[in-house]
Design a protein around this ligand. Structure first.
Ligand SMILES: CCCCCCCC/C=C\CCCCCCCC(=O)SCCNC(=O)CCNC(=O)[C@H](O)C(C)(C)COP(=O)(O)OP(=O)(O)OC[C@H]1O[C@@H](n2cnc3c(N)ncnc32)[C@H](O)[C@@H]1OP(=O)(O)O
Length: 197
């Protein structure tokens, strides 16, 4: 049965969930994670109107990230679109899985929008993994405005589900998959994931 056939309402880890373990080869605290894919709408440098979010490893299983809201990201005049803000949270939460050396996709993402976020604002994101249960990775994030210690504008809780690289090969478009496989860095990463489950 696929995830879409179930009632995926739980964001609270089960009682037998375990604490996340930072992989020994995870990027050092302070290190930029870099884009996982050049054309990613969340982090890719090749996406002119994308978020171009930059995430940085922190201690433990935590990342911080910044996203500058641009004109292309508006919903209401002069304000960030809620879906774009959800994307920033999704991307930041997704980047956490690098610290476990696990490939995972978003299963569930629950977002609270607490304050409007004007164009030109730098959104300061802070995310951490809270628990792991089998293939499920539970995480939480906040986005602040006016500085890393500013008021919380958005927050989210999520469940990511671990997948194999076949998830992308089987479901992605052949042209993009072939291009990604031709990128030596991408292949290196995919291999690293395969040998470091
Ligand atoms: C060769 C080329 C190179 C490639 C290199 C790739 C490297 C890339 C690196 C990193 C990429 C990350 C990309 C980041 C982008 C930002 C993050 C996104 O936006 S990701 C896109 C949005 N998300 C999706 O498109 C998921 C679509 N959904 C699915 O594919 C499936 O539904 C999936 C994989 C999530 C689950 O399907 P199942 O058949 O594999 O597994 P089942 O058995 O259904 O679930 C496993 C466990 O997870 C729970 N689960 C499943 N769905 C859930 C949900 N929605 N909420 C809560 N729990 C859920 C289930 O209850 C089950 O739990 P129990 O083991 O029984 O305890």
């Amino acid at each position: 049965m696929s995830g879409t056939d179930k009632a995926p309402t739980r964001l609270t880890p089960p009682a037998d969930a375990v604490a996340p373990v930072r992989h020994p080869d995870a990027p050092a605290p302070g290190e930029l994670l870099g884009a996982h894919y050049g054309h990613c709408f969340g982090c890719g440098p090749a996406q002119a109107h994308g978020l171009q979010l930059r995430a940085r490893a922190e201690d433990g299983v935590r990342v911080t990230a910044e996203f500058t809201v641009k004109e292309a990201h508006q919903g209401a005049p002069g304000l960030a679109h809620g879906g774009v803000l959800a994307t920033a949270l999704d991307e930041t939460l997704g980047s956490l899985n690098w610290l476990l050396r696990v490939i995972a996709v978003t299963g569930r993402l629950e977002t609270d929008f607490l304050r409007p976020v004007p164009v030109g604002t730098v959104l300061h994101l802070d995310a951490e993994i809270t628990a792991v249960h089998g293939r499920k990775i539970y995480s939480t994030a906040v986005g602040r405005i006016g500085g890393p210690g500013g008021p919380v504008a958005v927050r989210a809780d999520a469940v990511f589900v671990e997948v194999k690289v076949d998830h992308f090969i089987d479901n992605g478009r052949p042209a993009e998959i072939q291009a990604a496989m031709a990128d030596p860095d991408q292949v290196r990463r995919a291999r690293a994931f395969e040998v470091n489950p």
